[in-house]
Design a protein around this ligand. Structure first.
Ligand SMILES: O=C(O)C[C@@](O)(CF)CCOP(=O)(O)OP(=O)(O)O
Length: 323
């Protein structure tokens, strides 16, 4: 172990285009289906970790305030076991992401923690091992180990479930505009939401089959630089995910009236020839998938309705790295 050496890592959040929405193993966090996301440049988490034999307990400071977090300690136990150490850790984490529903900040948080904690514990994991480790913190975090377009292959067990980067041609032009509709914390967490749909939605088996087809179509669209199909498949996959929520028991719904309003604006822009599509996660925020050339038109239109401060432009971001 690199005794009392502090390592700091930065990892960027990712937004799924083919969603992860259900686990086949809760403890190992193995997904029911493969997923595919875009790591974003604008939103990231920076996490510092130092292991210290003098510490009585793990100390976790998030955005300056002390947090009691069993999930973090359970995650650190996995790192300690891998490194064969017992020392407790001091963790300082800062989210450069509005910690709001749907900007997937657990993804950047656990990817940054996986990198910083493994290094501070004296481990030198390769990206595949880092992705497997991050997955144990939060499923979507395994994708934030890589930059750009990333696929999380579902695998069949702990060894085979990890992410890998998807090659995109240099002229594959993609941007994402996040519309922050609500800064309230999630009413139903992703973890609780996906558990409920797996257990109660009559459409769940169809979701698993359909999502494998959607993923194949999306990867084909990427390889052919077919932005329209890319956007269409992404938008429809998100809608199918939200249909699961509305068909669960008890049903639930992350969409707010302003989510629908924003979705209608995107559809109107599309009917006027602007190539743009929407996706939503475990919250009301709408993310618009578009090409760089159309960013300004979309930003102007959304700002008119929601205010410029709620419209955040992002592009493809980098892999997790030490800073
Ligand atoms: O990112 C996606 O594929 C889709 C979602 O963002 C929701 F739309 C799910 C993220 O779930 P996560 O927070 O990773 O769950 P955990 O494994 O229970 O921690």
């Amino acid at each position: 172990m690199n005794a009392t050496t502090t390592y700091t890592a930065r990892a960027h959040t990712n937004i799924a285009l083919i969603k992860y929405w259900g686990k086949k193993d809760e403890k190992l966090i193995l997904p029911m289906n493969s997923s595919l996301s875009l790591t974003l440049d604008r939103f990231y988490t920076e996490t510092s970790v130092m292991f210290d034999e003098q510490l009585k307990d793990d100390l976790f400071l998030l955005d300056g305030s002390k947090e009691k977090n069993d999930k973090i300690s359970n995650f650190l136990e996995i790192v300690r076991q891998k490194a064969n150490i017992t020392a407790k850790a001091k963790i300082i984490s800062k989210n450069h992401v509005p910690s709001t529903a749907g900007l997937a900040s657990s993804a950047s948080a656990y990817a940054a923690l996986a990198l910083a904690a493994s290094k501070a514990a004296g481990l030198n994991l390769d990206k595949k091992e880092l992705s497997r480790l991050a997955r144990r913190g939060s499923g979507s975090a395994c994708r934030s180990i890589y930059g750009g377009l990333v696929e999380w292959q579902e695998g069949i067990d702990d060894q085979t479930s990890f992410a890998h980067p998807i090659e995109m041609s240099r002229d594959f032009d993609i941007a994402m505009i996040a519309l922050v509709i609500s800064t309230d914390f999630k009413k139903i967490s992703s973890r609780a939401g996906m558990k409920r749909v797996v257990e109660t939605s009559p459409y769940y088996p169809a979701w698993v089959q359909n999502t494998a087809k959607d993923l194949r179509k999306l990867k084909q669209a990427i390889s052919k630089n077919d932005f329209e199909t890319f956007g269409e498949v992404s938008e429809e996959n998100a809608m199918k995910m939200h249909a699961l929520n509305m068909s669960a028991h008890p049903h639930f719904n992350y969409l707010e009236p302003d989510s629908i309003k924003a979705m209608k604006i995107v559809e109107k822009l599309r009917s006027q020839g602007v190539s743009c599509y929407y996706t939503l996660d475990a919250g009301p925020n709408v993310k618009v998938i578009c090409r760089r050339k159309d960013i300004q038109a979309i930003v102007d239109r959304l700002s008119d309705s929601f205010g410029q401060e709620k419209v955040l432009v992002a592009g493809p971001g980098p892999a997790a790295h030490l800073i």
